[in-house]
Ligand binder design. Structure first.
Ligand SMILES: [Zn+2]
Length: 301
């Protein structure tokens, strides 16, 4: 081997070692390749340039409560990829992932559904939503007059946006190539810049049913003691976004135990959400997710 070639190889080996040994360098190296540019195509339509900056991965109305009062927002993200936790003041945002039209479409989905998340307690109270008591204070709330198909699309968009995100917090989250493409195509079919067009498209074709479930609590022990977390699990795909937890299944057959189907949204005929007591939320969701998080972290390190 010629001298210059050996030197070049040694330099390359040294550089690779440095990139892998030191995490900041490693990230810098990777970011150089994955950093998106305004000339890249939108990840949803794959057709127009992804010009939008500061696209929220998860809707702001769902994700900023845990950061505390507006003037002093401060929260921590939990990443199984890192030892330290970032202090965050806003939910994750990314540049150049969507075009203007697709960003607008997500906005239509969000504004159509925001009220359900923000006002379900009032609507339950005044009889607009139906509440069914389960066991030990746990109940199911049925969003009887909500736009079920739009709601379903919003849930798909939450999981799909988390899948495509390259933010540290979510980049381990993987729906798998086939399922993520199914969700993208399903979302794309209904792509509309105004709600009326979206409704018309829904009348043309029924939204494909992938079972999902939503959880929240009637009260929280500490309103700011929640977090953002997307699990590495695949059956079901799961995430906690502040005061709500979401699970999504690819197939009805994946629902285990079978009895769990009762609280899932199997089709677009209705939408329901499980409401825990504050103690159940703390024990089942917060402690359960933290336990899972620590286990995944142990395997990774
Ligand atoms: Zn687009």
């Amino acid at each position: 081997m010629q001298g210059w070639m050996r030197k070049g190889l040694r330099f390359f080996e040294e550089f690779t070692r440095l990139c892998h040994g030191l995490e900041p360098w490693h990230n810098l190296f990777l970011n150089f390749y994955i950093m998106r540019k305004p000339t890249d195509l939108c990840l949803l339509c794959c057709n127009q340039p992804a010009l939008k900056t500061n696209s929220h991965i998860i809707p702001k109305f769902l994700s900023v409560g845990f950061l505390g009062p507006k003037q002093a927002r401060r929260g921590y993200d939990l990443s199984t990829e890192r030892d330290n936790h970032r202090v965050i003041q806003d939910s994750p945002k990314e540049n150049y992932i969507f075009c203007e039209d697709c960003e607008k479409y997500f906005e239509v989905l969000e504004t159509s559904c925001a009220e359900v998340f923000k006002k379900w307690p009032e609507k339950l109270e005044d009889g607009q939503y139906e509440g069914i008591e389960l066991a030990e204070g746990m109940k199911v709330v049925k969003f009887t007059n909500a736009l079920h198909e739009i709601f379903r699309l919003l849930i798909y968009s939450l999981f799909w946006r988390t899948h495509i995100s390259s933010d540290d917090l979510f980049n381990h989250f993987d729906l798998g190539g086939g399922f993520s493409e199914n969700l993208r195509l399903e979302l794309m079919y209904y792509n509309s810049q105004v709600k009326e067009n979206l409704k018309a498209k829904i009348l043309e074709k029924k939204v494909e049913d992938f079972p999902f479930a939503i959880f929240t609590a009637s009260e929280f022990i500490d309103e700011t003691n929640n977090f953002l977390y997307a699990s590495d699990n695949k059956k079901p795909f799961a995430m906690v976004i502040d005061k709500f937890a979401f699970v999504l299944y690819q197939d009805r057959g994946d629902i285990v135990p079978r009895e769990f189907s009762v609280i899932c949204n199997l089709s677009s005929d209705n939408t329901q959400m499980v409401v825990f007591t504050k103690e159940q939320w703390h024990k089942i969701v917060l402690q359960g997710m933290l336990k899972l998080f620590i286990e995944v972290k142990k395997v990774k390190h």
